[in-house]
Write a protein that binds this ligand. Structure first.
Ligand SMILES: *Cc1c(COP(=O)(O)O)cnc(C)c1O
Length: 419
């Protein structure tokens, strides 16, 4: 793949102009870097600062009146996310809510959806799960007096393989059929970039009498989601990866409509989950809002939410279908460029190649010391990331990366591997 090939693809890319709507980081010498780390922290939309400044101005000029004034009243701030998040999730606006952060939301929804009984008390997760997710489920088991060694079912790739097989997950659900309370899986696995086949897994979990939740940290804004139709019970995500909401941005959650009015589900309640019509009458008893909003605890962190509005607006204009189409073209180009530029035996691509089985990210295992390679890449102005034990993750994000970015990164990687 030559620079001309990449330039020709960029020239034909209808989303190319969107790159200019983001700040691209620079190296210490002030040169624009090639940023392939959107799976970790998405770039800052140029409009983000104005979104925050508007809220700062309202706080400065109106103070408490900002809660009630005008169409952007902070009182209803979280409601502005329902429609764009619903679209990203394949969900009804009432099934999603912007709130808290990922691990907090996971705990809140586990409180409602992990209800072990003497017979049904196991949680099934993937291995290796993201540490925070594993800490959350192990601590929830302990909270119910259950030990992970007996009650946590971990399904790993087969020996010698990198990715999970749907058939193995289905078999594990079947094997634990009588004891399974909850299946918790990623939409996209953080280490390998594998996109799981949620629909059959959700159907199997529900047929087994278990609940199913998803961690969408690496999936939202990346791969097509149909949470409502897949019939998953709940999902949680953070907004600082492919949603470009900024560090520590407000996270989100999905609760399926069939649970919207279930007052029998135990939950940890707070006033922001209470019916807004009577919230300020300060009643003693809690009446949850029907839908995902009923799981809110507190009034939303407006300054940690404002940049997300800027990003969601960009994603809306770019269009999810066009973003996905470009994403597949970028990873395809990345694969072909790697095959051409690097010796065949110098690397292994861990991410599955079928389009439905991956998103933006390709995970590589290099024969060379990948930590050193990442250091050389950084010196060459390419921002990639390295994960224990030996995985290099590259994620060209369709909202702001170009085919030329991919080509330059591969050229730098080839040089780093050779030196
Ligand atoms: C990024 C990520 C998290 C981060 O959790 P926070 O609570 O937002 O800090 C959790 N789980 C997975 C799978 C992730 O990829």
């Amino acid at each position: 793949m030559t620079a001309d090939d990449a330039a020709a693809l960029d020239a034909r890319d209808p989303l190319a102009p969107f790159a200019a709507e983001f700040h691209h980081p620079v190296d210490p010498a002030g040169r624009r870097t090639i940023y392939l780390c959107g799976h970790s922290l998405g770039l800052q939309p140029r409009a983000a600062a104005a979104c925050i400044e508007q809220e700062l101005a309202i706080w400065r000029d109106r103070a408490v009146l900002g809660h009630h004034d005008g169409p952007r009243a902070w009182m209803r701030y979280h409601e502005r996310f329902a429609s764009p998040l619903g679209e990203l999730c394949g969900a009804m606006p009432t099934e999603v809510v912007a709130m808290n952060s990922l691990t907090v939301n996971l705990h809140l929804l586990l409180v409602s959806f992990f209800r072990p009984t003497p017979a049904r008390n196991r949680i099934l997760i993937e291995q290796p799960a993201f540490p925070s997710d594993r800490y959350a489920v192990v601590s929830q088991l302990a909270f119910h007096g259950l030990d992970a060694s007996a009650h946590l079912v971990e399904v790993a790739p087969r020996p010698g393989e990198e990715c999970l097989r749907t058939e193995d997950l289905l078999a594990a659900i079947e094997r634990n059929r009588a004891h399974l309370a909850l299946v918790l899986l990623p939409g996209v696995q953080y280490l390998t970039g594998q996109c799981l086949e949620v629909a059959p897994l959700a159907a199997a979990a529900r047929a087994a009498g278990a609940r199913i939740g998803l961690d969408l940290a690496h999936a939202i804004g990346n791969t097509p989601l149909r949470l409502h139709d897949w019939d998953v019970d709940f999902a949680v995500w953070c907004s600082y990866k492919y949603l470009n909401g900024g560090p520590g941005a407000i996270g989100g959650a999905f609760v399926h409509e069939r649970h919207a009015r279930r007052v029998d589900l135990p939950r940890f309640a707070g006033w922001w989950g209470h019916d807004p019509d009577t919230r300020f009458a300060m009643p003693a008893d809690f009446t949850p809002i029907a839908g995902a909003e009923g799981w809110q605890l507190s009034n939303p962190p407006v300054l940690a939410a404002a940049p997300l509005l800027a990003s969601l607006e960009i994603l809306r204009r770019a269009g999810l279908a066009r973003l996905r189409e470009k994403s597949l073209a970028l990873t395809g180009f990345l694969r072909r460029s790697l095959a051409q530029a690097l010796p065949r035996d110098s690397l292994e691509i861990l991410t599955p190649s079928e389009p439905a089985a991956h998103g933006c990210q390709l995970s590589l295992r290099l024969r060379a010391d990948s930590r050193r390679v990442v250091e050389r890449l950084t010196a060459a102005g390419v921002v990639a990331d390295w994960r224990e034990p030996d995985v290099l993750r590259l994620a060209p994000a369709p909202a702001y990366n170009s085919f030329s970015d991919v080509r330059r990164a591969v050229t730098a990687l080839a040089a780093a591997v050779r030196s």
